[in-house]
Design a protein around this ligand. Structure first.
Ligand code: MN
Length: 301
């Protein structure tokens, strides 16, 4: 990290407070192809992780070879974005807005459901035939009321487009999926300011991350073990919730650690949630159900 210039007597940044650490709150199977552990909305964290709504950690799960790809069939979404990050395996997507794509290790799919789409999320056919380990995250990012009913959008962010930044002192690396890190911008277009980073810190190394004051910050540990601002170690499938102080976050790994860094400007609006629909008011949920049933979110061809 470079020292800020033009600021007299710049002090070393002090490290922020210790995070609250949560283990998965529930375990379930989405369709027949995603064995997930849920971090939120379990634990009633809405205000502390806004604009993020849901974090499901899928796998790592071994699937035997099959000619009938597992996954989750046709279902709707309205009012937010689904972000799928694949670490192992391959996932195929198809939606009623006419978008389709396959994402594999290192790739990210950023789907804006907004006014409504119907889609399916399946193991990719050829990958399913061979079988293998699936490891992925699905993160839901809320939209402010002003954008909930805008047109759906779809971004496939392949690995080659996601910048990799080496950390100081050979501590590891950080991939910028969305937002900015050390002046490097990630490829995802977002509706509100969001940082989403794939962080790898090597054992016995540390790194300090900076965030804007007022932004909520959370770190999810996929693999490994690290302390965060001197906390108890955060271990596999746990999330460290840091709040919105904007204080620097010190990550010190005891074992090679793979983390998803989530930060964003909170959306200060009411949340009405029912299954795949996330709106502001209950009446809008009723409308979403009616619109879906009336076919207004389209169908898969
Ligand atoms: Mn879905």
């Amino acid at each position: 990290m470079t020292q800020p210039t033009g600021r007299a007597a710049a002090k070393e940044p002090t490290i922020g407070g210790r995070p609250r650490i949560y283990s998965p709150g529930s375990t379930h199977v989405v369709g027949d192809g995603f064995h997930v552990r849920n971090l939120f909305p379990s634990h009633d964290l809405d205000r502390d992780v806004s604009p993020f709504l849901m974090l499901d950690y899928a796998g790592p799960t071994d699937y035997p070879p099959t000619d009938h790809p597992r996954g989750v069939g046709e279902h709707p979404h309205r009012g937010f974005e689904t972000v799928t990050i694949v670490y192992q395996g391959k996932v195929a997507h198809r939606d009623s807005a006419g978008n389709a794509g396959v994402i594999g290790p290192g790739d990210v799919q950023w789907m804006t459901a907004a006014s409504g789409v119907v889609h399916e999320e399946l193991h990719e056919r050829e990958w399913a035939k061979r079988g293998g380990t699936l490891q992925a995250i699905q993160l839901w990012v809320n939209l402010p009321a002003a954008f909930k009913m805008t047109a759906p959008r779809y971004q496939t962010l392949v690995q080659e487009r996601i910048p990799v930044i080496p950390l100081d002192g050979g501590a590891g690396s950080l991939r910028v999926i969305a937002g900015e890190f050390n002046g490097v911008r990630g490829p995802a277009a977002t509706f509100t300011p969001v940082q989403l980073h794939d962080l790898r810190v090597k054992a016995r190394h540390g790194t300090t991350l900076g965030f804007a004051a007022g932004w909520n910050v959370a770190l999810f540990m996929l693999e490994g073990r690290a302390t965060v601002n001197g906390s108890e170690p955060v271990t596999e499938a746990q999330v460290a919730v840091l709040g919105d102080s904007g204080a620097p976050v010190l990550v010190e790994a005891q074992q090679d650690a793979t983390m998803l860094v989530m930060a964003g400007e909170p959306i200060h609006e009411p949340i009405a949630r029912y299954g795949p629909f996330v709106m502001n008011r209950q009446q809008e949920i009723v409308q979403a159900v009616q619109d879906y049933q009336a076919g207004k979110m389209g169908h898969l061809s």
